[in-house]
Design a protein. Sequence first.
Length: 222
Amino acid sequence: MQESKEQRYKAFAEQLRHPNGMLGKDVAGKMNKGNRLMNLEAIKELRLSENDQVLEIGMGNGFFVNDILLSDKSIKYFGCDTSLEMVDESILLNAKWVQSGRALFLRADAHHVPFQDGLFDKIFTVNTIYFWQDATKVLSGIKRTLKDNGLLIVSMRPKQVMEQMPVTKYGFNLFTHEDVAQLLADNGFEVIQTVEKDDEDVKMDDIVIKNAYVVITAIKSK
Ligand SMILES: C[S@@+](CC[C@H](N)C(=O)[O-])C[C@H]1O[C@@H](n2cnc3c(N)ncnc32)[C@H](O)[C@@H]1O
């Protein structure tokens, strides 16, 4: 029997939240293309410098790790993701960085980041906030593992874009950049910059969606 449109959207939503199996690898490739600009903008906003220790939460298949590690040879990257397939794919794709000790990938949940206090200069996450069940818990782990003068970058597609995408009614939490600023303020962060840019239109079946992304930079509140 042919899958209905809604069944397809639901299955795709589940893959975006937790890419798995053969389809998960395919979806990860699509995300690399579709989310390229926002990932590169988030990496730019990390303002990478010598000896930075960087954590990415929900790196998918780790496609953009090169863009971080090529910027300076003293930088170290840590990536965590709940999907075992994405961790395995990241290790394969970044084998040379893993072997040289500059990249480490772990299966771990944003709600329980398994790192020591104050380890990171920069923490970033792109397109994962929609799936946080408990933002306070996620942000408390980020705050604990971030150095006092560290940066947090949260990148996402804003609510007004996401609510036009038929997949997002299946388990996505949607935010405006003002919602995220409030969430960060309520959890011990101060937003220092918000960048909102247009992205290429998204086509889903017969729908064309005007696309955009937001990159929010925050520091720990004093
Ligand atoms: C929509 S994909 C985005 C991937 C990539 N960051 C991008 O922008 O293309 C979401 C990723 O976050 C991961 N993820 C979802 N919930 C997570 C959580 N609670 N902790 C860590 N990773 C999570 C998923 O497994 C998936 O790889």
